[in-house]
Design a protein. Structure first.
Ligand code: M6R
Length: 599
């Protein structure tokens, strides 16, 4: 949550920061701000306010040459999203300026112990950090003052710091929150996400936890120095930038979400390519070995990734015959269940930065449990810190509502479980290709879904019902609809409705049924009949082999195990068009952020 970006180089720094903030806005969009060093005025100028980056740009004074700047886009934790609480924050004597992504857990203790004579102007924990640096700078060199501060801070932080006495330097530090250093001959960029480095860096370095970085503009160019908290130089890993500008644009679509929905068939094909050679699927033998010797599997994730985990549980049990449990990360972190004799853990996360999952990872590492992360970001914290990692290659997912990452996670986990299975019940290549074609068919027919939504979905509430893996898809469908349309929606096990919840069904309540599995299709249809009798307005989504004449959306067949890849698509379109009809901010729904880096 929150995005930070900083620049020191030959380009106009405020341009780099503003365009970076647009790219990072998916991480939080309550308020934003920028501070740059104006060479003309020889002073640091700050613009910050509630609301979006475009609002900040409206009042921005572009008439300043500047080559050093930091910026922030916020998802509020401490203090409401107001102008005063927006970043950057300045220390009481005005020397230091800071932006921060993360949460400082001991900010209150710090205030009491070191800063009782400081007058704070915001309600943020961040202001404590910048004042603590100032406090130590009275007796220490700047680098020592920052490192001393880091040794006291508890919690998560990615920090960019300006010292008004050194206008050729940018300082940074990180613990638990992501931070990357983008390296180019003409300047250095620091950002929470690689997207903000596109166009400004040839290579980048993911910063390690508890490290301090100093960037300096010298006569010979731009140099950086990376050390740990005690000042010991650390080894860094330089990664070549492989993202290009086109991958992070909307490509003519009205919203990122629609673009990402439409990209899903190609995500499946890309994964097939990445994980096969000459038509034969392949995954790192060490991962296959580790999983084969597990007595049971625990999948841990949050939100949409947790729903992908539920589908994967089905695969692990049916294909690989390994007992599997799925856990909500925020629950597992503090209420660990009995784990079994030789458990293996799979963490699923699009971003690879989710704080709830990181808390689980830390506990599991301490207990020396083996772990695999399945993620869309190969360089993310969870990917780096687990024993093994598998990338889903979905490409940048920018809409807050996750779509193509879900399909990517399910596809990769399907391939993994297929390789673990002795039986090879079907031709995976052929079935995945069929699934991609079936996905394409419904995407091409999206205007029909748009009309259906107009006729049947109302504003106040909605139900999705299904059984088995269709029930899991219903949970994901419900999350998507409520997340972007704000319509109260439940994903329900169809057979469970009659045990209480059916009391909520009355005339015109929308109920969407998902029916893809032959052995339970009749049961779900009976449950559908029960709600129709009570006046519900229904939409039925089925696969061809279990369809009825009157079904509203009939999807082209693929193997029954692969149906979740296809049946989720109309539900994403239902969510998208419902939100569009209601005039919602589809890519940036209220109260949310893409990367949830607070617990
Ligand atoms: O990055 P992660 O996959 O770990 O994120 C987990 C959830 O926050 C995420 O899936 C969230 O539920 C989505 N916004 C749903 O569309």
């Amino acid at each position: 949550m929150c995005g930070i970006v900083g620049y020191l180089g030959q380009k106009k720094a405020s341009d780099v920061i503003l365009s970076g903030l647009h790219k990072l806005e998916y991480r939080g969009y309550d308020s934003c701000g920028i501070t740059f060093y104006s060479e003309k005025k020889d002073t640091f100028i700050t613009h910050k306010d509630q609301g979006r980056v475009r609002h900040l740009e409206d009042d921005f004074d572009y008439n300043h040459d500047n080559h050093l700047a930091i910026g922030h886009t916020r998802w509020a934790t401490h203090g409401e999203p107001t102008q005063l609480n927006s970043h950057p924050h300045r220390s009481a004597d005005g020397r230091f300026i800071i932006v921060h992504n993360g949460v400082i857990e001991n900010y209150h203790e710090i205030k009491v112990k070191y800063l009782d004579n400081v007058t704070f102007t915001s309600e943020t924990d961040t202001e404590v950090i910048v004042n603590l640096i100032e406090h130590f700078s009275k007796s220490l060199q700047i680098s020592e003052a920052i490192r001393k501060t880091l040794s006291i801070l508890e919690g998560s932080y990615a920090l960019l710091i300006l010292d008004t006495e050194h206008t050729n330097r940018l300082y940074a530090a990180k613990n638990k929150s992501p931070l990357l250093l983008g390296v180019a001959e003409n300047g250095m960029t620091m950002a929470s996400d690689v997207m903000a480095l596109v166009g400004h860096a040839d290579h980048y370095i993911p910063l390690e936890d508890k490290t301090y970085t100093e960037i300096t503009a010298t006569n010979d160019g731009f140099v950086y120095d990376m050390v740990d908290v005690i000042g010991k130089p650390i080894q860094t890993k330089m990664i070549k930038m492989d993202l290009v500008t086109e991958e992070i644009g909307k490509a003519g679509y009205a919203h990122y979400m629609l673009k990402e929905i439409c990209e899903q068939p190609s995500v499946v094909r890309k994964i097939m390519n990445r994980y096969s050679k000459n038509g034969v699927f392949h995954i790192d033998e060490n991962i296959i070995q580790a999983l084969s010797s597990a007595s049971n599997i625990h999948i841990i994730a949050a939100g949409t990734s947790m729903h992908a985990g539920l589908i994967a549980k089905h695969y692990f049990e049916v294909l690989a015959e390994i007992p599997t449990q799925v856990h909500i990360a925020s629950e597992f972190a503090y209420n660990m269940p009995l784990l079994g004799e030789a458990p293996f853990f799979i963490l699923i996360s699009q971003s690879g930065e989710t704080a709830d999952l990181r808390a689980c990872l830390v506990n599991l590492k301490e207990a020396h449990h083996p772990m695999l992360t399945v993620t869309n970001v190969g360089t993310s914290t969870l990917a780096r810190e687990a024993d093994y990692s598998l990338e889903i290659f979905a490409g940048p997912e920018i809409a807050v509502a996750s779509t193509k990452a879900y399909v990517g996670q399910v596809t990769v986990l399907l391939i993994l479980t297929f390789l673990l299975s002795d039986k090879k019940m079907f031709d995976l290549n052929a079935e995945l290709s069929k699934a991609a074609v079936s996905m394409e068919a419904i995407i091409d027919n999206r205007d029909y879904v748009r009309q259906l939504v107009k006729d049947r979905i109302i504003k106040t509430s909605c139900f999705y019902i299904g059984r088995g893996i269709d029930y899991y898809t219903c949970m994901e469908a419900a999350l998507k609809l409520k997340e972007i349309s704000y319509i109260q929606t439940e994903g329900f096990a169809a057979g469970e409705l009659k045990h209480g919840t059916i009391a909520l069904i009355e005339k015109d309540i929308p109920v969407v049924a998902i029916i893809t599995q032959e052995h339970i299709s009749k049961n779900t249809r009976s449950n559908l009949q029960e709600v129709i009798t009570r006046g519900a307005k229904t939409i039925t989504i089925s696969m061809k082999h279990v369809s009825n004449m009157k079904d509203d959306i009939v999807l082209m067949d693929t193997h029954e195990l692969l149906t979740p890849l296809v049946s989720v698509i109309p539900t994403q379109l239902i969510a998208y068009y419902s939100a569009l009809n209601l005039g919602r901010d589809i890519d940036k729904p209220r109260n949310l952020a893409k990367s949830v880096t607070v617990e």
